[in-house]
Ligand binder design. Structure first.
Ligand code: KIV
Length: 281
């Protein structure tokens, strides 16, 4: 793994070199540093932070201020990976001017090197406007979580031909608009394969099978920090949730029975400041 900074050019080159692109979310400094040191190619400050770290039911309440705050924290931990930030719900749908202003803030204030937004054909002009002013954009089609109310929940999209065709057209529209990459979420693997083979730009999948040019996961899902949420498309590599709970229980036990803190966890006064202990008569 090289240590040079990853740019969108590197990400695009990886598709032609048939090297799989790895991407993960991060929402704070310590995780950003860990992921970056491990060598992941793209770190996304996802609006999934609404659920993973802010405890909301979905991503719809996340604000541009939330995104800037977390992107700034992540930025401090990233040296190598491409740093990308999500545009939250209603920060880019109202007008192109608002999209430009908000994406600009993620870059200027947050330090993002690219932004991601949801939607295909409907977002074509917005994506083109962002790319025109120099902001790289990753598109996001298929199961777009900001549209859960339209979908009636988190449901796999594109299982039927007609909808599958629409998703292909959406992905093509994003490529035509200048997006550097497209995220494919919650679609059948055959459809993801077709889109990946059709587009020149890389596809990054989540719940979209193995044929995408790269994969992205929510970090909390793969390390066991998402509680009972264990969808089919997630592979959990470790159960940090259990490890943390056990550590907390041990700590509580140690405090309760007096075995923590010991002398070697404690500070002592300098000798010169010690008053001689008065012996009791
Ligand atoms: O917000 C997010 O975490 C996402 C996932 C699809 C990676 O967009």
């Amino acid at each position: 793994m090289e240590n040079t900074k990853v740019t969108i050019i590197d990400i695009q080159r990886m598709k032609s070199q048939k090297k799989k692109i790895t991407a993960l979310t991060a929402y704070d400094y310590p995780f950003a540093k860990l992921l970056d040191e491990a060598g992941v190619d793209i770190i996304l400050v996802g609006d999934s932070l609404g659920m993973t770290v802010l405890g909301y039911e979905n991503t719809l309440s996340v604000t541009i201020e939330d995104m800037i705050y977390h992107t700034k924290a992540v930025k401090r931990g990233v040296k190598r990976a491409l740093l990308m930030a999500d545009m939250p719900f209603m920060s880019y749908q109202v007008s192109i001017d608002e999209a430009l202003e908000n994406a600009g803030r993620l870059v200027k204030e947050g330090g993002a090197e690219a932004v991601k937004l949801e939607g295909g054909i409907v977002m074509q002009d917005t994506v083109a406007a962002l790319v025109d002013v120099g902001i790289p954009v990753m598109g996001h089609v298929g199961l777009t979580p900001q549209s859960i109310h339209k979908f009636g929940g988190y449901k796999v999209q594109g299982r039927k031909q007609a909808q599958a065709r629409e998703i292909v057209e959406d992905a093509k529209a994003l490529e035509d608009a200048g997006a550097f990459s497209v995220l494919l979420e919650g679609i059948p693997l055959e459809l993801a394969k077709e889109i990946t083979n059709t587009l020149k730009i890389p596809t990054i999948g989540i719940g979209a099978g193995a044929f995408c040019d790269g994969q992205i996961m929510v970090i909390h899902d793969i390390i066991g920090l998402s509680g009972e949420f264990k969808p089919k498309f997630v592979k959990q590599y470790v159960d940090i949730g259990e490890i943390v709970k056990n550590a907390v229980k041990e700590y509580m036990k140690d405090v309760s029975d007096g075995s923590f803190p010991r002398e070697d966890h404690s500070y002592f006064m300098e000798k010169s400041h010690l008053r001689p202990v008065q012996k009791k008569q």
